[in-house]
Design a protein around this ligand. Sequence first.
Ligand code: GLA
Ligand code: GLA
Length: 664
Amino acid sequence: MPDLHDATRGRLLYGADYNPEQWPEETWQEDVRLMRQAGVTTVTVGVFSWARLEPTPGAYEFGWLDRLLDLLHAHGIGVVLATPTASPPPWLGHLHPETLPRAENGTTVWYGSRNQFCPSSPTYRRHAAAITEQLAARYGAHPALVMWHINNEYGTHCWCDATAAHFRRWLRDRHGTLDGLNSAWGTAFWSQHYADWDEILPPRQAQYIRNPAQLLDFARFTSDALLECYTAEHAVVARHSPAVPVTTNHMPFWRGQDGWAWAKEQDVVALDIYPDPADALGAQHGALVQDLARSLAGGPWMLMEQAAGAVNWRPVNRPKPAGLMRLWSLQAVARGADAVCFFQWRQSRQGAEKFHSAMLPHSGPRNRVYREAAALGADLDRLGPAVAGAPVPADTALLHDWDAWWAGEQPGRPSELLDYRENVTAWHRALWEANHTTDLAHPAADLTRYRMVVIPSLYLLTDTALDNLAHYVRTGGTLVCGWFTGVADHQDRIRPGGVDARLLDVLGLAAVHQWWPLNEGETLRCTGTEDFPSSLWAEELETAGAETVARYADGDLAGLPAVTRHAYGAGAAWYLSTRPEPDALRALLTRAARAAGLRPTVEGLPAGVEAVRRGELLFLLNHGPEQAKCEVPGHWDDLLTGHRLAATVALERHGAAVLRPAAP
Ligand code: GLA
Ligand code: GLA
């Protein structure tokens, strides 16, 4: 199977979504000139071009795309060619309303925006396959083609009758019989027993809390239904161009598709990353999503979209100050990206995204954004040969699973304040601030190469995952496990005893007697080696062998253990039954890491400086508000400046260095 290397060929790809159908063809000439000047290697074309390519059913217009691909090729710019199936033309919804999604309450989601397709609709799938076949047959051997891009940010949900029929087929495959389904969904409660497959529906709007196992299966089903759409188009383009890698782009830390399942079907994992420039932790949000992308890919990945400046979909959309776009782009490269691209090349003057930034802003190439984009193109060109394909070593893994996310965030739970994404972000932040490079891993993955594994919270864990964790600790691993973990099985049945017995055994706990969620703003004091406040959640624990690292010092649980540690086999298992405030969480994870023999990537860096190793290179990235002086023992060549350095590196605000060891 082809992979990202087949597109990069030892350099870093650099470019953007290019939507030239918005402009007269004369403008294209200026576009390619300015692209060249900015060091653009690659553009993604055709993402939303269906109505232009097939203006009426079955009548194709490829002349403009022929001219465009030839023009790009003549200027040495490669093409990531998209299938346009994320935005069907109005005629499809008009002639075939059954292709339009239905919301949970049965209302139709109309055309007039984008993404209006039902993934289960046979009519949608037929039309999507037809346009994909046309594109693949026509351009599969085009010399400009470097990659296929299927659809865009899959994420549509639908509750229509075709979806219902498709859901029933999926459920038959999963559960075999109606008895199996009734048992898995616990339909004995509330008179929900199904006597006929035809009675079963996607979880539509209902009077009160809906069946959680049904909701969980529907989330799984929707991910699978979208994946079928992806693999169908992937198969078409791969048949025409078997040596060209195929991808689709995900949203930043998206909820709707099981990334572990999807990554297996993609030749290239591609992500869109949009941290808020006004967010003091924007860089950490970027790092988290970059770590996720690298982990899903198992190696280099593609930054398919980022913003050159402001987006237009937050309540307030801040541009990036000077240097930030470069800094965050280099951060992506440090964390494994072999391609750095933007949405979009030239800023729109019309349509829904006319206020979204682009590499080439409304005010033209004199704009700082374009000038910075061109400078970045030169940086990436310099870095390419040393960086492309190089691995990012990580000793720590953070366990993440969509099933646990879906099951743990349903209505009817102990606290609606538990937010899966926010919690993962908090734990990742602690490791990021301590400069421990972290992979994300599936709970059933082979964990033996990691010195430390952390679980922010995984409400659902399968038997396989639980056995895997026990094996990991028994054979010498260090596990740091957060609250509300190991509670449910694969069908969202509460484990006998409330928490799985195997996990309790590893943690040295007898039982978790009560969940003790805290209100917004409520804190508890915990005492141990150090005192710290905690919030969000607490638990009434009973230990059985674990030592108490910190206790609750006030509130209803005063005197009971809050944080525990247990020697188990050759390893150690820590348990956090509450959420320490950020400094304390960092201190606890650092302590566990040190005990596991781990050291940060570089010791003693000023706060705000991120250090990441990629291959033999050391990336230093200054996210702090002012200049930072970093002590890095040894002699180095800074690949960005060409300067030779010894031991000290001064980084300006938003400054970065990419260091290669040099002879003294
Ligand atoms: C109501 C209902 C019960 C149960 C409780 C839960 O009283 O009648 O069936 O759902 O709420 O608090
Ligand atoms: C997503 C989409 C793009 C564009 C950007 C705007 O990433 O894939 O088409 O809408 O958002 O930020």
